[in-house]
Design a protein around this ligand. Structure first.
Ligand SMILES: Nc1ncnc2c1ncn2[C@@H]1O[C@H](COP(=O)(O)OP(=O)(O)O)[C@@H](O)[C@H]1O
Ligand SMILES: [Mg+2]
Length: 338
């Protein structure tokens, strides 16, 4: 997780989203979204497939029209501006590079269409190629590049426009897990901490935690919570956020009354006596940790412990009271205590 300094934008600087909604017929794809992203800040928009992430980015890019609300960029209202007027860069999950053109020609195309003089064009392309360490690869065609390199070309193309706002829609979803992990710090270095706000869409909580200064969790078109990864993890606004962040997922003990108790797998520990009686069902050894599947009168539980910890087949489970997360069993809202 990245621990960055809080961003304190000058008044009006950055992106401000006010009551942004998109409805299609009877369906609400996005419901009154309010968010602020400071200059240089990277905000992750996180949520399951179909929750409205791409819908939000398309509204910000000007590709779709809002049903209500406003979008302000550096203090000016851009809600009615066309996509071309906004100077917003959007990188999609499919890079859509032209297969028959070299890297350099892929980059030049957009600028050529806009009628930029050759000299300026070449200067700008050379600078972006250098920034993204693509200079050596500039004559290759997309098929001659690795997935990570292609992703860098797509980014280069977006950055060429000197955007005022950068939008990324699951830009690494075509890459394998290891490469995604490697590219995270690189992407952060390239995109964040500059002038422009960055909105980074992902359904992968780990990617959101690794990339973003703050995370906004979306569900069914409705914002659930915004905050640092630490805040969301330790003080989730509701059961959905609690379950979406953290792997293995939080244990939810069945409610006897109107309250439900959430306990994260790493917060359970064996105790000598007086705990919740449990029986070991199964063990997953992960090298650095082990995940234990346990059976108890309160239902099945997951517990995460050190890889070398020995445990008997029958044990008692305890936890520290400050690690308890209580939820209203009906609404799912987090409650201050039991
Ligand atoms: N043009 C459209 N017409 C009708 N429904 C749409 C359209 N675009 C998206 N949707 C619906 O809106 C919801 C949100 O979609 P989307 O923003 O693409 O989700 P995400 O990017 O979070 O996976 C989905 O249920 C999707 O089926
Ligand atoms: Mg999407």
């Amino acid at each position: 997780m990245i621990e960055s300094m809080p961003v304190e934008p000058s008044p009006g600087a950055g992106l401000r989203i006010e009551g942004l909604s998109r409805r299609l017929g009877q369906r609400t794809l996005l419901a009154e979204l309010n968010l602020e992203v400071g200059p240089g800040e990277c905000l992750a928009l996180l949520g399951p497939s179909g929750c409205g992430k791409t819908t939000t980015l398309r509204l910000l890019a000007g590709l779709d029209a809002a049903s209500a609300g406003r979008i302000l960029l550096d203090g000016s209202d851009i809600t009615q501006q066309s996509a071309g007027e906004r100077r917003v860069a959007m990188v999609f999950q499919s890079y859509a590079l032209y297969p028959h053109l070299s890297v350099a020609d892929n980059l030049a195309l957009g600028l050529r269409i806009r009628g930029m003089p050759a000299k300026e064009r070449e200067g700008r392309i050379a600078a972006v190629l250098e920034l993204l360490q693509l200079t050596e690869l500039r004559l290759r065609r997309p098929a001659q590049l690795s997935g990570g390199q292609r992703q860098r070309v797509a980014l280069a193309r977006a950055l060429l426009r000197q955007p005022r706002l950068v939008l990324l829609d699951e830009p690494m979803s075509n890459l394998d897990a290891q490469l995604r992990e490697e590219l995270r710090p690189e992407l952060r270095r390239l995109l964040c901490g500059g002038e422009q706000p960055v909105v980074y869409v992902t359904h992968d909580q780990q990617e959101a935690m690794g990339m973003a200064d703050r995370i906004a969790v979306l569900r069914d078109g409705a914002l659930q919570q915004v905050g640092s990864a630490r805040e969301l993890y330790a003080r989730p606004a509701n059961r959905f956020v609690a379950a979406f962040l953290g792997r293995p997922a939080i244990n939810l003990l069945p409610a006897t009354g109107p309250r439900q108790l959430g306990l994260r797998p790493e917060h359970l520990q064996p105790v000598a006596q007086g705990g919740l009686a449990a029986r070991l069902l199964r063990r997953e050894w992960w090298g650095n940790q082990q995940l234990l599947w346990l059976e108890s009168a309160q239902g099945d539980l997951r517990m995460l412990v050190a890889a070398d910890q020995e445990l008997p087949p029958a044990l008692q489970l305890g936890w520290r009271p400050e690690h308890e997360l209580w939820f209203d069993s009906h609404s799912g809202e987090r409650l201050p205590g039991p």
